[in-house]
Design a protein around this ligand. Structure first.
Ligand SMILES: NC(=O)c1ccc[n+]([C@@H]2O[C@H](COP(=O)([O-])OP(=O)(O)OC[C@H]3O[C@@H](n4cnc5c(N)ncnc54)[C@H](O)[C@@H]3O)[C@@H](O)[C@H]2O)c1
Ligand SMILES: [Fe+2]
Length: 863
């Protein structure tokens, strides 16, 4: 199974076989691991933690011996952090099966292991990193194969031995922990590209990070740092000084988050440097700084191994200046000028107890210097700011690009988490994309899991909203008497005013000053709305009374909206949307300052109860929809409809029928709206022809007025569908009245929605394609008969067609006066407009553009 990608370094066959052996044993271990439950895993973790704690001192000794640098006592502390602190963090965490859940959103998170993890560990934290990664791997049920730094392989191996022994006794699968000590780069490369390795977890220098990332496998790679520290004049200087000395001396500063360059405000420079010296730091002379700079880095810019992790005393003797065993940290004053500083060798990461100092005249300069330091190899890693001025902390946090920003705390010990703060304990400090990492996290068990999201189906709750008051039947107009207002504005059209509507309203509003705005014509556009708003703005009435057809009522809704929220624009409010509940357009959520009363003079639109207002904008019909548009009161006075000529009776009545038939099959239909749909159809079928033939038949008028409002209540909650989308498109293009445009398409749309959809509308509440059944149900409930579902449905469709003929609706666009040439030239544009119409969002099937074109064709030709 020595499968490696072509053109990658190839190792000798015998070595390859040996390496394959490690990986395949790890795979077997990983399979066994996956079978274990949380309790078994936690037993293993406990045993490993205990063994690691017991071995902490021995391992620190070994690390000192093998690497030859650092501070023994601190290495012990690191081993404790990697076991005790880690355990404290992990002990109640779930890492097997369901690890998290969100019942409200119906979501569970299920954890799975990754499989085989290849872990690179650094020379700087050689045993603590192994302890940490091994325990995290066990917690997540992953097999782990270590590639320790070549010069820290023995102590790493010993750490693994200790953990393996304890693990074995607690049930850790065999070979779940392994070390491959071969020092060559080829071996690493071979493993990086090995098919059996699922994940690479690198802690190391920039080269190791780059090589791991280049392998093209999922990985978390964390690299070097170069931490700047800013001491603002508002800082607690004594605390800052002790913190930095604790941190900079910690394991001789070989730990990557350690402080590297400290930027000190001018105002507190002397005080801070004096305090540093008093606490045991040595300020170097200019010449000594030069000498140290020469020692610290090899000619190629990498850290000089002789200097790595050495004490101040050793550094002094190596560089040729005086230092004592009591010196804790060497202070190197660096240039304040950013350009000079950038060129200085000591601006880089110094893995030894050497701290750069920069004097800063301003916060801005200090931030610039800290930024500059991070750009010298520390981007993404760690930084710190000492200040009590929150504004400075905020500016620092916004500006400096490091994964960890410590406030008033040391970086080396602080970044590992758990000592000075509540960060996640880690020995793997994500550096973000800036440092070649996928994360800025303090990497821990979460990063070593494949977390599966189990998301249960959820259908959002539905609603049934109606206006607070609806008055109906002859005499309903008397209900106006209960309205108390000093000023009312009557919105209407010129014809209605001519019919004496204004006087009638006035007669019912004793003591109220009634002004009239009667400029609203059919299909109102922006201009008339703007004029209306101006009148409302000037008059400031408490009451708007809209008396007229849908056009008037819609105009009044828009007038109130723009009067109350002048900052809104039609453009924004008519933005397209996929789901009205998530739409981008922002309708105001305010208490209305003006009450709106709607009195329809037609029986059709349902606008008196609906949340919609249809306006003509730029030659197209645009629909505003929001429950804030619903009138506060609907007065459905059938006597106001007696004056309708037969064509208007027919047009508006068919509109009401279309509302009911579209709402019935909508994806938002509910038992509530269904009841209204059925009743509306039941009333309209016999009464519309009666009202059409006998305009004075008050009984038929009353039934029609009520049916239109009832259908309005249904579509206010379930909305309409593709029929309205088509009607809006041709209505605007050819100037065909809304109701007749609906009539032209209705028979075709009924058959279209009753057929098997080519594309279903995704809707969690629509659990099966029930549109065909719903039509049949309506036919059956209203008594049209039929033995089978198909028959019931056919009878409804036939009855609808008969009604359209009875009220002499044009049955095609051609019959409505549209020429073939006109139709053909505008067909693509019409299909497009219908597709963009918000009405299709609730249609049970998604109309494809070509299907819309087909429906338009059918509408043009008719039967
Ligand atoms: N807001 C909604 O929920 C909703 C729903 C469907 C349709 N609409 C819209 O409503 C408009 C259509 O409304 P409509 O069908 O009520 O027609 P309409 O308001 O456009 O009026 C049409 C014509 O009929 C006249 N008229 C109205 N009532 C009369 C009466 N009693 N006697 C004599 N003449 C009368 C008007 O003066 C006008 O000239 C369209 O713009 C349509 O898009 C809105
Ligand atoms: Fe309509």
């Amino acid at each position: 199974m020595s499968v490696i990608a072509a053109a990658e370094p190839v190792v000798q066959p015998a070595l390859a076989e040996r390496l394959d052996g490690y990986v395949s044993r790890a795979q077997t271990a990983a399979r066994a691991f996956r079978e274990l439950g949380q309790e078994a895993v936690d037993r293993i973790v406990w045993a490993m933690v205990v063994a690691g704690l017991r071995g902490a001192v021995e391992l620190a000794e070994l690390a000192m011996e093998e690497t030859g640098f650092g501070v023994f006592e601190d290495k012990v502390v690191k081993n404790y952090i990697a076991t005790e602190f880690l355990y404290d963090y992990l002990k109640d965490k779930r890492s097997v099966g369901v690890i998290d859940e969100d019942p409200e959103r119906g979501i569970e998170y299920v954890a799975e292991p990754i499989g085989v993890v290849l872990a690179l560990t650094p020379i700087t934290n050689p045993t603590s990193t192994v302890l940490f990664k091994a325990i995290v791997a066990a917690k997540t049920r992953n097999a782990i194969v270590f590639r320790p730094s070549a010069r820290a392989a023995r102590c790493a191996q010993r750490a693994v031995e200790i953990l393996q022994k304890a693990g074995d006794e607690a049930g850790l699968p065999r070979d779940a922990l392994q070390v491959i000590p071969d020092p060559t780069l080829d071996v690493s490369q071979y493993l990086f590209h090995h098919r059996g390795v699922d994940f690479i977890w690198t802690t190391g220098g920039p080269k190791a990070v780059a090589a791991a990332n280049e392998a093209g496998k999922p990985c978390v790679s964390v690299g070097p740092g170069n931490a700047p520290v800013y001491i603002h004049r508002s800082a607690d200087v004594r605390m800052a000084v002790v913190d930095m000395l604790i941190s900079k001396t910690f394991d001789s500063s070989v730990i990557c988050p350690a402080e590297q360059t400290c930027v000190i405000d001018d105002a507190i420079w002397d005080e801070t440097v004096e305090e540093l010296e008093r606490m045991g730091a040595r300020l170097l002379s200019g010449d000594d700084v030069e000498r140290l700079a020469e020692l610290a880095f090899a000619p190629d810019g990498s850290v000089e191994m002789r200097a790595l992790g050495q004490s101040c005393l050793n550094l002094g003797s190596l560089a040729g200046f005086e230092a004592t065993a009591d010196d804790k940290v060497l202070l190197a004053a660096l240039p304040s000028d950013p350009a000079e500083l950038a060129a200085h060798p000591l601006v880089r990461e110094k893995l030894m107890p050497v701290l750069g100092l920069v004097r800063s005249p301003s916060v801005e300069h200090a931030l610039e210097v800290c930024e500059l330091v991070t750009e010298q190899g520390g981007l993404g890693h760690t930084s710190a700011v000492y200040a009590t001025d929150d504004d400075v902390v905020r500016r620092f946090a916004e500006r400096i690009r490091t994964g960890r920003i410590l406030v008033n705390a040391p970086t080396a010990v602080g970044a590992l988490g758990g000592v000075y703060n509540s960060m996640t304990p880690t020995f793997s400090l994500g550096c973000g994309t800036w440092g070649g990492s996928v994360t800025t996290d303090n990497v821990n068990y979460r990063n070593l899991l494949n977390v599966k999201t189990v998301s249960r189906r959820q259908a959002p709750a539905q609603w049934f909203r109606v206006p607070s008051n609806t008055y109906f039947n002859p005499g309903a107009i008397d209900s106006l008497r209960q309205l108390k207002a000093a000023q009312a504005l009557l919105v209407t059209d010129p014809q209605a005013e001519g019919r004496g509507v204004a006087d009638e309203v006035r007669a019912h509003l004793d003591g109220t000053g009634v002004h009239v705005f009667s400029e609203v014509g059919p299909e109102p556009g922006e201009a008339v709305i703007r004029r209306g708003v101006k009148v409302v703005d000037e008059l400031r009435p408490e009451l708007l009374i809209a008396v007229g057809g849908g056009s008037v009522i819609d105009a009044a809704k828009a007038m109130r909206l723009f009067h109350e929220s002048p900052e809104l624009s039609l453009d924004e409010l008519t933005l397209p949307f996929l789901d009205a509940r998530k739409r981008v357009a922002n309708y105001p959520e305010i208490e209305h300052s003006v009450r709106l009363v709607a009195m329809p003079t037609t029986a059709g639109t349902g606008s008196e109860v609906s949340p919609a207002a249809v306006l003509t904008v730029g030659g197209r019909k645009a629909t505003l929809v929001d429950y804030s548009l619903v009138p506060d009161m609907a007065v459905v006075e059938p006597r106001l409809t007696l004056s309708m000529p037969p064509t208007l009776t027919a047009d508006s009545g068919v509109d009401a029928l279309t509302h009911a038939l579209e709402a019935a099959v909508s994806i938002f239909a509910s038992p509530y709206t269904d009841a209204f749909c059925v009743q509306a159809v039941y009333q309209i079928l016999p009464n519309l022809p009666r009202a059409f033939e006998h305009p004075d038949d008050l009984e038929a008028r009353t039934a029609m007025s009520n049916a239109a409002t009832i259908a309005g209540l249904a579509f206010s909650n379930a909305f309409v569908g593709v029929n309205h989308a088509l009607a809006h498109a041709v209505g605007a293009r050819f100037g065909i009245a809304h109701g007749r445009a609906n009539a032209i398409f209705l028979p075709h749309v009924l058959r279209y929605n009753a057929a098997l959809p080519s594309k279903f509308m995704p809707a969690p509440g629509y659990t099966a394609y029930v549109a065909p059944e719903k039509y049949a149900q309506i036919g059956w409930i209203i008594g049209l008969g039929g033995r089978t579902e198909a028959e019931q449905r056919e009878r409804l469709f036939a009855r609808v067609e008969q009604l359209l003929d009875d009220v002499r609706m044009p049955r095609s666009l051609e019959a409505a006066g549209v020429s073939r040439a006109e139709f053909e030239s505008s067909l693509p544009e019409l299909a497009r407009a219908a597709f963009e119409d918000a009405s299709i969002r609730t249609n049970p099937r998604i109309p494809l553009v070509r299907e819309l074109a087909q429906l338009l064709e059918e509408g043009f030709h008719g039967r």
